[in-house]
Design a protein around this ligand. Structure first.
Ligand SMILES: [Zn+2]
Length: 308
């Protein structure tokens, strides 16, 4: 088994498993307005105008160029911008504004989203002194669509680069770390300090909050309960720790990490090889991506709190 795993990096990797025409699930677009744009991807919305999402779409355009070059693919995809009222009609799961991606589509909030509103309402109960760093980045009142839509749309786009060629990763935690790594790598190289801050400020705030009231903390929990079984706070706790690991991995690493990681996801997809045990997976990660990534899965725990 292990022998097979170590050999796969030598094998030719196909760039996609689907025909380009049937990759994007266009049935999802029925009932939405087609928004004319100059982007090399299609935009659909419940609204007549997507002006609110101009920054998001520009960022996606830049990220698409970056990832296409990095992964040597011209990835076709569509963006669906949904208002809160129509979210459940088109999206895969609630709450409205929670970004998601599947079968060539990225689904995002079209306006001030319910999720951004709920979180900013909850945070507004805290003393103003605790919110200083957030208000500096997201304004007052907090506009967390700058995080949930403008930032996380890049995480969702990154998912499409592995879903395009394989939809059954060995572990959900692997696909989430990959998408967050790709997002961090993109914003690190983008010449935009405020964009980086929008990505970084909210995760750092959550990480500073620690583990209070977090019930599930192991990667086995994450696999077993992904996604709805965790509840929003516990799910976010995992995502923020993947984020912290991604920032640390990219302190010294370069683009090779992302290319190797994506290759690993595709070549170990459960449609190609059987499910590895945790030990086999860790060893394969060490051989094919690097010890720093393998160590995360071998020694998973709440990483040290740092002010990045
Ligand atoms: Zn994700």
């Amino acid at each position: 088994m292990l022998r097979t795993i170590f050999l796969f990096v030598l094998l030719l990797s196909t760039n996609h498993a689907f025909g380009q025409d049937d990759w994007i699930d266009t049935s999802k677009h029925e009932g939405l307005k087609t928004i004319p744009t100059d982007y090399p991807f299609s935009v659909y919305s419940t609204n007549n105008s997507v002006q609110d999402a101009t920054d998001t779409l520009n960022t996606l355009h830049q990220a698409h160029r970056y990832f296409n070059e990095l992964f040597s693919i011209d990835l076709p995809f569509s963006v669906m911008l949904l208002d809160n009222r129509n979210w459940s009609r088109f999206a895969f799961y609630p709450p409205p504004g929670m970004p998601q991606a599947w079968q060539g589509n990225i689904i995002l909030g079209a306006e001030k989203s319910a999720i951004a509103h709920q979180v900013s309402q909850a945070l507004s109960q805290l003393p103003a002194s605790q919110l200083t760093q957030l208000t500096q980045v997201y304004g007052s009142p907090l506009n967390l669509d700058l995080f949930y839509r403008d930032t996380l749309s890049v995480h969702e786009l990154a998912h499409l680069y592995h879903f395009y060629s394989g939809t059954k990763p060995q572990r959900k935690s692997l696909q989430e770390l990959f998408a967050t790594l790709a997002m961090v790598a993109f914003f690190k190289q983008a010449d935009c300090t405020s964009c980086y801050e929008r990505m970084n400020a909210y995760p750092q705030f959550i990480l500073r909050g620690g583990d209070r009231d977090i019930e599930f903390k192991t990667l086995a929990d994450f696999e077993e309960k992904y996604l709805n079984g965790l509840g929003p706070r516990n799910y976010e706790w995992f995502q923020m720790h993947f984020y912290q690991h991604a920032v640390q991995l990219l302190e010294s690493e370069n683009k090779t990490l992302l290319i190797k990681f994506r290759h690993f996801l595709l070549e170990t997809d459960l449609s190609k090889i059987e499910r590895m045990s945790d030990n086999e997976l860790i060893e394969a990660l060490r051989q094919n991506i690097g010890s720093d990534v393998a160590d995360i899965f071998e020694h998973w725990q709440s990483p040290k709190q740092t002010d990045v």
